[in-house]
Design a protein around this ligand. Structure first.
Ligand code: NDP
Length: 322
């Protein structure tokens, strides 16, 4: 029989040893994302063997040259290469017009050898570009970021099998699954209602049969709402906003936040913290994600998952056509 410690290690969860009073079990995004990437690598290998060298392929379209975007893109390309996904980086100059970006997207949409297309946001252009128009021009069948209205609409209606789920909330769900806590029947609270994190997170929890409350900047009684959460997912972009004393004893706490705060002890003069005050929350929560090393690594893993899924759908569609 497996000991609790062995089982926890396999699941990517471990006891929080940061402080003597800590009780939360830490949900590691690093361990969990590694498991996902290993599974995907095996699936890609199987696809390659079964369909004479076929490989899933992903295009990352960038406009301009932002340093943060360059870093995110290189992480995605590296993850793709490790899994065996063919990834291509298309970089357009910051002088590119909206029409030119749309033309590039349409031409990639029509290319059957590409299964996933993401447009790296924010766009770094000297011209006015409508982000909504850009994300909605990506073919829903290749929209592995899950940001088009078609995919968002399907998700909000609970049609999870026929859409692409945005990567960050999809990663959060995977981390919740790792805890072994059943979502059905629980009270879940999401802080944030953005298209990329909060809104799809609400939908995913709802269709996993939780009763969901979504909070935002106009929510009047945030601590009270948080106190009701069996499952709490925070994506507000406010450093350490959620205090430990708000958190319900034993809750599952998933922190999407990535915030840089000054820290004179670091060579860089800053450090990364989440939207949850980790030190106090980890003393009340049952499970908690760290920042860094929690949701962040899962986002990239889920992009890879969506790309592999898109390639599988492509193969299935073409087999059925034959
Ligand atoms: P947005 O700024 O688009 O949305 C923030 C949301 O939080 C909004 O809905 C806003 O409400 C709400 N909010 C802001 N302040 C408060 C407050 N004081 N009380 C309650 N709600 C508040 O951010 P994103 O959704 O893009 O990102 C959220 C966080 O997640 C950020 O820290 C970001 O860095 C991180 N992130 C992490 C990713 C990862 O891979 N780990 C990926 C994407 C994001 P309102 O709608 O009323 O303005």
């Amino acid at each position: 029989m497996l000991s609790l410690a062995t089982l926890s290690l396999r699941l990517g969860v471990s006891s929080c040893h940061g402080s003597r009073r800590s009780i939360a079990t830490v949900i590691s995004g690093i361990k969990t994302s590694k498991l996902v990437r290993e599974r995907l690598k095996a699936e890609v290998e199987a696809m390659k063997n079964q369909f004479s060298g076929f490989r899933p392929s992903l295009v990352v379209l960038q406009v301009g040259d932002r340093d943060d975007s360059n870093l995110y893109i290189s992480t995605k390309l590296k993850a793709a290469a490790e899994i065996g996904i063919e990834a291509k980086h298309v970089r357009l100059p910051s002088s590119t017009t909206q029409d030119e970006v749309l033309r590039s997207i349409r031409s990639i949409n029509e290319d059957d050898s590409v299964h996933g297309l993401i447009v790296q946001l924010p766009l770094d252009s000297v011209n006015a570009i409508d982000n909504e128009l850009i994300t909605d021009t990506v073919s829903p069948e290749k929209d592995v970021d899950g940001l088009s209205c078609i995919n968002a609409g399907k998700l909000s209606r609970g049609d999870l099998k026929h859409c692409f789920i945005p990567c960050t909330p999809n990663g959060c769900m995977e981390l919740i699954r790792q805890t072994g806590v059943s979502v059905a029947g629980k009270h879940a609270v999401v802080i944030g209602r953005s298209k990329i994190v909060g809104a799809p997170m609400h939908d995913l929890l709802l269709w996993s049969h939780a009763t969901v409350t979504t909070c935002h900047s106009k929510t009047a009684d945030l601590p009270e709402q948080v106190g009701r959460a069996d499952i709490l997912v925070v994506g507000a972009g406010r450093a350490e906003m959620v205090r430990g004393e708000w958190v319900k004893e034993g809750a599952v706490v998933i922190d999407c936040g990535i915030n840089h705060i000054p820290d004179a002890t670091k060579a860089s003069g800053k450090r990364v913290v989440g939207d949850v005050h980790y030190a106090s929350a980890s003393q009340r929560a049952g499970f908690i994600t760290p920042v860094p090393g929690g949701v962040g690594p899962m986002t990239v893993a889920m992009l890879m998952e969506n790309t592999v899924q898109s390639a599988q759908r492509f193969l299935l569609k073409n087999q059925l056509r034959r």
